[in-house]
Structures are given as structure tokens and as C-alpha cells.
Design a protein. Structure first.
Length: 384
């Protein structure tokens, strides 16, 4: 039986990972989970899966959960904060850690898991964006597999299987285009939170939904692909594919393109990572090609959705620039979700941070954490 921990068990990916565990009943044991503040959801998970360790990162929720566990007669080791996340990430018996917290808060626990030789099922793309060099180096040093959960990267990973000795000419990341595909800057000026949260194809957490609408999500994925597949930025192409049926593709030097297709369902990628290398079960159903009328492709609009262009720039320059971009984005998305800034303030503030912060330092844990703090401080004080 594979033993796993889930960081961010109460979120969109966390919840779908639990569905995959239910589907594959008896094949996995859930030993550790984390959540930020969703006490009711944690109680439900503890009742159903009996994890040994639960980490909570919000103080009030921690106190509340402590009382609820006693009241409901449930027993588990309740731990708090970053130390708690690290504990869940490094439990002795765990084989694999699913990293599905949102944001670069996932960096330290992911490193901790790698250093304890746990394979990683990686949904938390921000971690690779801010410190890809460090994560991939440590994964290599500790002989750990990083299995992508992001659907595009899972697709590419699958397209690479069996081709270890063949050279690729490019990876092609598909993008749905988000809710504002085809719109212009004039339209984007008056976008409201509710509009940006309505993704046409995927139901996801709030932060990644906003990222998908600005195309920052695709930008983060370009950097993620660079590190996961050791691929030059010039060989990573984004193609808008509104139907989201082709999850991504790999082009080999002979001109052949291998694509991975499937239902628009994250459980497909989660199931693949959890069962790797076996293909087992069918949690997400089958495609019906008689019903798929068309698959279409477009070039992304880099001018209107400048976040994508900024991400290529950050990735190509490297060093701490991706961390600066990511920190500014996380802070801006939070401000936008709380209606403190307008939609286009997101991209403009990110660009301002990328122009003004000094990125010219080595990608170490300390440098990444420090620059992230500074950038967030700047963004929050700018808009306070
Ligand atoms: P959600 O917002 O739905 O869930 C986030 C999870 O992280 C929750 O368990 C939440 O706990 C926890 N969390 C929130 N803030 C903190 C914090 N400050 N410290 C520790 N834990 C925290 O996000 P998603 O599931 O949508 O996304 C998770 C990650 O997966 C992101 O990196 C995203 O980019 C990536 N991803 C998501 C996809 C999707 O379809 N949703 C697809 C591909 C990648 P609580 O519930 O208690 O607040
Ligand atoms: Mg994705």
C-alpha cells in the first residue's frame, strides 16, 4: 500500500486527490494532511481517512480544531504552522507527498519532503517558479521523482515516456485562454472579481482562477515546464486550445508530435501521478470522439495578456526575477480578490516590481524567502 501525505488537503486539488483515494480504496494510506483554516473539512477528512498527523497554519483555526477534535472524540497529532507543514511533509513512513497548497508557502515543506526522500506529486507550481533550480537539484541529489499534477505537465511527462533517448525540439503547452479570451484592454479595465473567477473549463481555487484569467497561470507553467523538462524557453510554445481536450504535446526532432488527450478533469493527472508508473483505474471517464466536434488552436495574445510575456522574460533572465514576479502576483491577486485593486493593476504592479527589485542574486532558500517578503511588503504598502 502506498503511503501518502497531502499538503493542502482541503483545496480544489486536495479534495480531488481524496476522490482519487476513494476510487482506489485500499491502495493508499493517508498518513498526513495540512490545511490553512478549513476546520470542518479537516474534521471530515479525519473521520474518513484517520491521518496520523494534521497540520494547520492559521492560529484561530488551530485552536478551534484542537477543541473540535476533543469534542468529537477524534485522535491525531495536531501540529501548527510551517513546522507543522514540514512535519507532514517528512513523516517516516510516507512514500509520496502531494503538494497542493497554494502559493510559494509550499517551497519549504516541498524541500523538506525531498530531503527526506519522498517522491513529490507536484501541483504547487509556485514552488518551482520561485526556486526551480534548487528544487530540481535537490530532487536529483536525493533521488526523488517530481511527478507533475498540473495537467499540462502531466501530459508532457506522459508524452515523454519511452522516449528517453530521443531529442525533443519543443514542448507545446495548451491553454484554454481563460474567461477573457478574445477581449481587449478596454474590456479588461472594468473586469470584476466574479467575472474573473468564472473559468470556462476548469473549477479551481480562487488564486489559480485569477491567474488563468490573466494568463499568468500559463506564464507560471512555462517556467514550471522549463525546470521539469530542462527545456529552453525558446522551445516552449504556448498554444490556445479552448476545448482543453489536448492537455499538452511534445514535438520531437523528426517533426512528430505526441499529444496527451483526456477529459477536462484534474483527477486524471492526479491518478497518473499517484499510480506512476502503472496506469490504473479510470476515475475521470472517457472521451467520446463522436461528440467532440472540433479541436481548435490559436496564438496567444501577448499584448493584451502581458503577464504571459512577463513570465517568459522572468524565466529567461532567471535568478530571483521569477520569485519577484511570483511574489508580486500573489500579493496582487490577493488584493484584487479583496477588491482593493482593479484588474489591470495586477499586471502593472507586477511589471513595476520586476523593473525595480534587484534580481541579481543566487537562487537560495534564504534569498528567495527574503525577496518574496520584500516584494509583498512593497505591493501591500503601495495599495494600502
Ligand atoms: P485552493 O485555494 O483550492 O486550495 C489551497 C489549499 O492550500 C487549501 O488546502 C488551503 O487550506 C491551503 N492554504 C491556503 N493558504 C495557505 C497558507 N497560507 N498556508 C498553508 N496552506 C494554505 O487551491 P487549488 O487546489 O486550486 O491550487 C493548489 C495548487 O495547485 C496551486 O499551486 C495551483 O496553482 C495548483 N494547481 C491547481 C489546479 C486546480 O485545478 N485547482 C490545477 C493545476 C495546478 P484552507 O482550505 O484551509 O484554506
Ligand atoms: Mg495547468
Amino acid at each position: 500500500m502506498r503511503k501518502i501525505s497531502i499538503l493542502g488537503a482541503t483545496g480544489s486539488i486536495g479534495t480531488q486527490t481524496l476522490e482519487v483515494l476513494r476510487f482506489h480504496k485500499g491502495e493508499f494510506e493517508l498518513l498526513g494532511i495540512s490545511a490553512h483554516k478549513s476546520v470542518d473539512k479537516v474534521i471530515g477528512i479525519v473521520k474518513e481517512f484517520s491521518p496520523k498527523v494534521v497540520a494547520i497554519t492559521e492560529k484561530e483555526a488551530y485552536e478551534e480544531l484542537k477543541n473540535r477534535l476533543i469534542k468529537e472524540g477524534l485522535s491525531c497529532n495536531l501540529v501548527f504552522g510551517m513546522e507543522g507543514l514540514k512535519k507532514v511533509a517528512s513523516l517516516d513512513e510516507v512514500d509520496m507527498v502531494v503538494t497542493s497548497v497554494v502559493g510559494m508557502i509550499g517551497l519549504e515543506p516541498t524541500l523538506e519532503a525531498i530531503r527526506h526522500k519522498k517522491d513529490i506529486a507536484l501541483a504547487n507550481k509556485e514552488t518551482l517558479v520561485v526556486a526551480g533550480e534548487l528544487i530540481m537539484r535537490e530532487a536529483k541529489n536525493f533521488g526523488v521523482k517530481i511527478l507533475p499534477v498540473d495537467s499540462e505537465h502531466s501530459a508532457i511527462y506522459q508524452c515523454l515516456q519511452g522516449n528517453e533517448n530521443n531529442k525533443i525540439s519543443k514542448v507545446i503547452l495548451t491553454a484554454s485562454g481563460g474567461p477573457f479570451r478574445g477581449k481587449n484592454l478596454e474590456f479588461l479595465k472594468s473586469v470584476k472579481v466574479g467575472d474573473a473567477l468564472k473559468h470556462p473549463k476548469w473549477t479551481m481555487g480562487a488564486k489559480i482562477s485569477i491567474d488563468s484569467s490573466t494568463l499568468m497561470n500559463k506564464g507560471l507553467e512555462v517556467i514550471e515546464a522549463h525546470f521539469l523538462f530542462n527545456c529552453d524557453y525558446d522551445n516552449i510554445q504556448v498554444v490556445v486550445h479552448p476545448q482543453s481536450i489536448i492537455h499538452s504535446m511534445v514535438e520531437y526532432t523528426d517533426g512528430s508530435v505526441i499529444a496527451q488527450l483526456g477529459t477536462t478533469d484534474m483527477r486524471l493527472a492526479i491518478q497518473y501521478a499517484l499510480n506512476y508508473k502503472e496506469r490504473k483505474g479510470n476515475v475521470a471517464g472517457n472521451l467520446d470522439f463522436y461528440k467532440l466536434k472540433e479541436l481548435t488552436f490559436e496564438e496567444p495574445d501577448f499584448k493584451t495578456f502581458k503577464c504571459l510575456a512577463l513570465a517568459y522574460k522572468a524565466g529567461k533572465i532567471g535568478k530571483l526575477l521569477p520569485a519577484i514576479m511570483n511574489g508580486a502576483n500573489e500579493a496582487c491577486v490577493d488584493l484584487f480578490l479583496n477588491e482593493k485593486i482593479r484588474y489591470l493593476d495586477i499586471v502593472n504592479t507586477i511589471e513595476e516590481c520586476m523593473e525595480n527589485f534587484d534580481y541579481n542574486k543566487e537562487v537560495t532558500l534564504e534569498n528567495v524567502i527574503n525577496i518574496d517578503k520584500e516584494v509583498r511588503k512593497f505591493v501591500y504598502s503601495k495599495w494600502s
